[in-house]
Design a protein. Structure first.
Lengths: 673, 278
């Protein structure tokens, strides 16, 4: 067996908070060999990023390694002097951070930053920089060298970061959620690139992510972190096939998987929340949330046991961890899920153009103001008691569509009708009854609640304003609302700062549901949540729909969630709907090339799109997707708008390629996968 | 519980506690001046012209034989009332305009804040002289000056906070349930502006003290024979060679009060920041 590149021994890292030190990483030991990719997964707050920074010796000033050592090629890194550490950073240790725009210097051209990172003689460094940009498949390296960071798309910025991290011969590479800020299609391309470069340069790699799917694709071994401890380490295949820790098993069970549907299979969710550092339980850290826990678990802290040579777990009862991945399926409620309810809301030819700022000079010359089409003629029909999923990349107009429906943004043209009555475009002109019928949960749970008001006040207001209750009656209803979203009734007097992100989102959902709306718009309502919390929220939505008959318009970029929760789906690209229909028909198999790209992004052999141009130079007529389409049949896409084609059963797609041809292509793709 | 935390913020550390003590001391002088002062502030002691500090006249006397200590004590009331009252009015008005106009936005916001920018382009003292020239020197004139000079500044600070709040999810949620404007402005927005406002108010107060003293020194503020600190500096300036103590006393009083207010404001700022980050 070779000597590992990186060895971490009993590492404990603490942050100073006020007067005390809180350990956020405790007694972590691991080893990574040359060319090996170790995935580290865990919920937010599990300490995985801190572990990465501690290994790189790049902790913020409030953090400190309290105990343990880090060895790189046998050299101890803890306690290195400043200059030795800098030399190490320059030559051997590399980081690809989560947010490339924050890591790049906004005032320096990309070329300058790369040359500085490569170092040495300027002429050779320049040549090397161009080479390394070519290596990360940047089409026009010379132009990118001259660009400033903000002139590049998110995917391009991350490619530059990867170029910086992988020039020369790095020994250790830490990837800290490298694709979290990217779209699925871009994420797929970046992950492909990382896999290729790591295979070539053979650094020891640590891949930190909350996305279990990505870790499964990239990592050779995977470590699961919980509350600052490693709870399970195993080769990726066996970890996913045979989890030996109840936490790992719980995480895997809480993912929506193909074939599961909200009305038949409630998702597994782990009870409770991750303990705060400083409030750790005495025995096993996972005991309070574990279904296997008994007295022994609550008193005696388990150690990391080797089950086989490569599979370690920190559990007293690992033999009892359930291995079946099947879910309890509940009897189908009434067979309602396929019959169409009445039409509830319709939108006709909604457009929204946003004009960019124009210089006075251009204005005086009579130039038309540059406009961006956020929505370009969207027709939409929503039925009672159905869940409509809206998918697409960022910038596809999903959020704008929802905001125009609810009236927070005014569409430039087009109409919205509620039960055949036109709705005022501006929310202030809508009647109280109309307001009650439509509610929306916004994307960011951190901003959803006013920090100055109690949870009780937040939940009482819609009851008073829209439900016609007085304060007394409203206050009495609040515990019921809290129970609906599985929060304890004593939360009524808490303030938002005392709640976690998932709890805030649940309060936001409860607030939106308080006045019994008929349609709830959910804008990426679960995207910011950890998987186990996401599972709880999805279950909650399914349950509330079953109980009250509310419809949802569910915006997300996560196709697994859509295939779990939605009855119908529309796929949006650049402000237009390109495909719509019942979810099974649209997603299995995908017909439109764009849907196909979204759906196969998670797989190593899916089709990949060309990087989107930021400039937004769309073909004047023709298909908006044409510049990136991998299956375009030719010139017709650039000149003629694609026709709507009916695939039967309410499934419609917008593409020049004939349906029969698309079906043949997709069948062969399915076999390939 | 909330009150005790509030009180503790004013005595959080040595510097803050010192500042708070100084301010309380001066407040005491302003409130109980007539009980403490040994003489009337305007009484001229014919036998005690320009006497240096002694046991009889602790801070000495001026060219008219008036007791400086008594004048400082009585002067505290004037300066605290004018600076404090002006600050309160400016903060109230600035907050009202800042919150409502910023939330409403549109051409009204443009108009109001361009106007304020115009006012802020003039140096505060120049603006004060213009105003007092128009209304004539008086106490209410000084109050008006403070309000006119500081309202735009407070409004702009409030605006910066409201701008970042008005697109947040909780405000949009309020619009989605058809909340009245008043509720959004005063129940949702105002509490979130308060921390910034508290710091700004303390800062404005210390500048207002300066402004009142400056106006007195320029002779356009409080008129003789009132025992105004700025006015006392002006009167003592001409005879610095003969009676330097008559300059030291009012100058030191001004400096001490401003330092006290600043130390206190800094402590409050820190306490609020800790409260927010917690």
């Amino acid at each position: 067996m070779t000597i590992p590149v990186l060895t971490v021994n009993n590492l404990t890292v603490a942050y100073r908070v006020g007067q005390q030190e809180l350990a956020v990483v405790r007694e972590v030991s691991l080893a990574v060999h040359e060319g090996e990719i170790l995935g580290i997964v865990g919920e937010s707050g599990s300490g995985k990023s801190t572990l990465g920074l501690a290994i790189l010796q790049a902790l913020p000033s409030t953090g400190r390694i309290c105990a343990g050592q880090v060895f790189l090629d046998g050299v101890e890194l803890t306690g290195l002097s400043g200059s030795a550490r800098r030399a190490l950073w320059a030559n051997s240790l590399r980081l690809v951070p989560q947010n490339p725009l924050a890591a790049l210097n906004p005032t320096m051209r990309i070329g300058e930053q790369l040359i500085e990172a490569i170092g040495g003689d300027r002429t050779t460094a320049t040549a090397q920089a161009i080479n390394v940009l070519k290596r990360v498949h940047i089409p026009d390296p010379a132009r990118v060298m001259r660009s400033y960071p903000h002139e590049l798309s998110g995917g391009m910025q991350q490619r530059v970061m990867i170029a910086m991290a992988l020039h020369g011969t790095p020994r250790l590479l830490v990837l800290d959620e490298p694709t979290t800020s990217l779209d699925v299609t871009t994420e797929a391309a970046v992950i492909d690139l990382l896999a290729e470069l790591i295979a070539e340069k053979q650094p020891a790699t640590i891949f930190i992510s909350h996305n279990l799917g990505l870790v499964a694709r990239l990592a050779t071994r995977t470590a699961v972190m919980y509350a600052g401890e490693l709870v399970e380490v195993a080769p990726t295949m066996s970890l996913f096939a045979q989890p030996r820790h109840p936490y790992t098993q719980g995480l895997l069970q809480s993912l929506p998987r193909p074939g599961l549907r909200y009305d038949h299979h409630p998702l597994h969710s782990i009870n409770g929340i991750i303990p705060a550092p400083g409030a750790l339980p005495a025995g096993c850290v996972f005991a309070p949330r574990c279904s296997l826990a008994d007295e022994r678990c609550r008193c005696e802290r388990p150690s990391l046991i080797a089950i086989t040579e490569h599979h370690l777990t920190r559990c007293h009862y690992w033999q009892q961890v359930p291995q079946s991945t099947s879910l309890p399926s509940v009897a189908a409620p009434s067979a309602s899920s396929n019959d169409n309810g009445d039409v509830f809301l319709t939108a006709h030819q909604l457009t929204k153009t946003i004009s960019r700022r124009q210089s006075l000079f251009d204005k005086l010359r009579g130039q038309p103001a540059p406009v961006v089409k956020a929505l370009a003629g969207v027709d939409l029909t929503l039925h009672r008691n159905r869940i409509l999923g809206v998918v697409g990349e960022s910038g596809s107009g999903k959020t704008t569509l929802a905001r125009c429906l609810i009236g927070l943004s005014e569409p430039s043209s087009g109409t919205v009708e509620l039960l055949d009555m036109p709705l005022a475009p501006n929310i202030q002109r809508r009647s109280r009854e109309q307001l009650r019928r439509l509610q929306m949960v916004l994307q960011n749970p951190q901003e959803a609640l006013n920090p100055a008001l109690t949870i009780g006040e937040a939940l009482m207001r819609p009851l008073i304003r829209l439900g016609g209750m007085d304060r007394q009656a409203a206050r009495q209803r609040v515990p019921e609302l809290l129970r609906l979203v599985k929060l304890p009734p004593d939360y009524i007097d808490r303030r938002p700062a005392q709640l976690s992100g998932g709890e805030k989102q649940r309060v936001a959902i409860a607030r939106a549901l308080a006045a019994t709306p008929d349609l709830l718009l959910l804008d990426e309502a679960v995207s910011a949540l950890d998987v186990s919390v996401q599972a709880a929220v999805l279950n909650l939505l399914a349950e509330v729909k079953e109980r009250t008959g509310v419809s949802y318009l569910f915006i997300t970029h996560d196709l697994a969630v859509v295939s779990y929760l939605a009855d119908d789906v529309v796929v949006m690209y650049r402000g237009q709907i390109v495909e719509s229909g019942p979810v099974q028909a649209v997603l299995a198999p995908p017909l439109h090339p764009y849907t196909e790209a979204l759906l196969t992004a998670a797989s190593a052999r899916g089709i990949r799109l060309r990087e989107a141009e930021e400039s937004g130079s769309l073909p004047e007529n023709g298909c908006p997707f044409y510049p990136r389409c991998p299956r375009t049949p030719g010139n017709i896409c650039a000149t003629t708008p694609p026709p709507w084609r009916d695939a039967g059963n309410g499934h419609r797609i917008r593409c020049h390629i004939p349906l029969e041809e698309l079906q043949i292509i997709q069948r062969s793709v399915l076999i390939e996968l | 519980m909330k009150l005790s935390r509030f009180v503790r913020a004013f005595f959080a550390d040595l510097a803050t506690a010192t500042g708070t003590t100084i301010v309380i001391l001066f407040l005491g002088l302003a409130l109980f001046g007539p009980l403490i002062a040994p003489y009337s502030p305007t009484k001229q002691h014919a036998d005690a012209i320009r006497l240096p500090p002694s046991t009889m006249y602790v801070l000495g006397t001026d060219r008219l034989g008036r007791d400086l200590l008594s004048r400082i004590i009585y002067g505290a009331r004037d300066i605290l009332l004018l600076a404090g009252g002006g600050t309160v009015l400016a903060v109230l008005l600035g907050t009202f305009i800042g919150v409502s106009v910023t939330y409403l936005g549109g051409w009204l916001e443009e108009l109001v804040f361009r106007l304020f920018d115009g006012l802020l382009a003039l140096p505060a003292l120049l603006l004060a002289l213009l105003l007092l020239g128009a209304v004539g020197p008086s106490r209410s004139g000084v109050l008006l000056v403070i309000v006119v000079v500081y309202t735009p500044i407070v409004a702009r600070v409030v605006r910066s906070v409201v701008l970042s709040l008005k697109t947040r999810g909780f405000i949009e949620a309020a619009r989605m349930r058809g909340e009245r404007l008043g509720y959004i402005l005063w129940r949702e927005l105002l509490p979130l502006v308060m921390p910034t406002l508290a710091v700004e108010a303390a800062l404005r107060f210390s500048y207002a003290i300066f402004l009142v003293a400056s106006l007195g020194f320029l002779g356009v503020g409080v008129q003789p024979p009132s025992p105004d600190w700025g006015l006392m500096v002006l009167e003592a300036r001409n005879e610095f060679a003969l009676a330097p103590w008559s300059l030291y006393a009012p100058a030191a009083a001004i400096a001490l009060l401003v330092i006290g207010v600043n130390l206190m404001a800094e402590g409050v700022r820190r306490a609020i920041r800790e409260d927010v980050t917690r």
